[in-house]
Design a protein around this ligand. Sequence first.
Ligand code: G4P
Length: 528
Amino acid sequence: MSNTLLAEVASRRTFAIISHPDAGKTTITEKVLLHGRAIQSAGTVKGRGSGQHAKSDWMEMEKERGISVTTSVMQFPYNNCLVNLLDTPGHEDFSEDTYRTLTAVDSCLMVIDAAKGVEDRTRKLMEVTRLRDTPIVTFMNKLDRDIRDPMELLDEVETELNILCAPITWPIGCGKLFKGVYHLHRDETILYQTGHGHTIQELRIVKGLDNPELDAAVGSDFAEQLREELELVRGASNEFDKDLFLSGELTPVYFGTALGNFGVDHMLDGLTEWAPAPMPRETSERKVEAGEEKFSGFVFKIQANMDPKHRDRIAFMRIVSGKYTQGMKMKHVRIGKTVNISDAVTFMAGDRERAEEAFAGDIIGLHNHGTIQIGDTFTQGEDLKFTGIPNFAPEMFRRIRLKDPLKQKQLLKGLVQLSEEGAVQVFRPLDTNDLIVGAVGVLQFEVVVARLKSEYNVEAIYEAVNVATARWVYCEDGRKLEEFKRKCSTNLALDGGDNLTYIAPTMVNLNLSMERYPDIQFAKTREH
Ligand code: G4P
């Protein structure tokens, strides 16, 4: 192992943001990029409502809605680290890609709207991070508004998300009376100033808790209240413990306002200091360490037509070990071929740039003409298959029908290809000729119809279908599986890869079947 390679790898921090829509993910992304000097002033990542659009928007549909379907990757330096922030599609563009992006990071930032607390989407995303025990950093946002009691917020995170909270900063007031935060590790108060949301502010700091300057700066009532609260906090909450953080059992918590660009830097300091450098990954053969000399990586997302000028598909690859250099040869393990990669791209804050070098922890984009699928492994010769890049059970279903019934073959071909790309999943019930499309986000249905039309020349429409959820079905005992198939055939289907799936009309039905057939495994995820 060369020292340069090890140093490069050790400096990487690759993370994604998990949050409920409107908690402030986009705003905090902007401020993170501002601190990483990747943008000059805030307000340039997503111009929702301002007529500006992120460069990665690719479909008219997106432009109309001002949302970004693409998962872009933003790389910037911060505190001697090179940070990769992977954007996770949210709002209506929420999709399986959002889930799968979480399999390609080493840590996550959880953003919570402190007026609302733990919300639904955050719960779901946390569930996905638990598959790999990903370390979580928490940011309580919108302190410039009236928020809920901070202690109560921590309690809620602990009980609802089953993770211990260790406050690193503690807020002084909120809303119009938001004064700043006290940093428990640095023993200093950082004072909040309004009107500096678009720039990096000069910090106003008061050292020590008993410093009379604190009373002068925030008022003696607030200073007294802070001292009392901190006594309680120190007694009742957890101290930061790096091992528990790294095993995903404890989250450091920061308070601030993304809009006011306050507290984001404290969170980034913690993240770069404590979040893990690129972690080892399991393969079907052995564990691969990030510092290994030889290159390896896996594809976690495929994006079509990101830029109308380049009508190609980009496969997003997380580098697991070693180093990518322009023009290198890689083995595409699934098809057993060696390919020359001369034109991989990186995504520096939305711009496509040619990557000359990239290291474990980085994401590169490979041009894909249909040979790359989600979950594919690339190596420098070794036959490995990375695991842990699953399909997730869809949560919404529609029956898809052709306007022109003669095009059934093209429809099936298109759907199977789109499902290999991970855009949606397709299910063919055993007992009927229906085609059922499943997705985790509603926008995917529209994307699929638009792409079927433009890429496969097939016009299709959706109808409602009585499916509430799906589970992949496994059973060691062939005889029991056959019996189950016979008895439950009306609820069974094959997915795009011919895997047996139980499509349940209701959750109650699913639970009953799980009780009735204890030898059958009903899985929420399926490995590629
Ligand atoms: P999202 O990506 O998680 O969906 O959230 P986004 O950043 O778009 O923020 C959602 C709304 O919350 C936005 O307001 C944003 O300005 C606001 N917001 C984010 N952080 C803070 C904060 O710290 N304090 C306050 N008061 N508001 C915050 P919007 O009116 O929906 O959108 P916009 O028209 O301002 O873009």
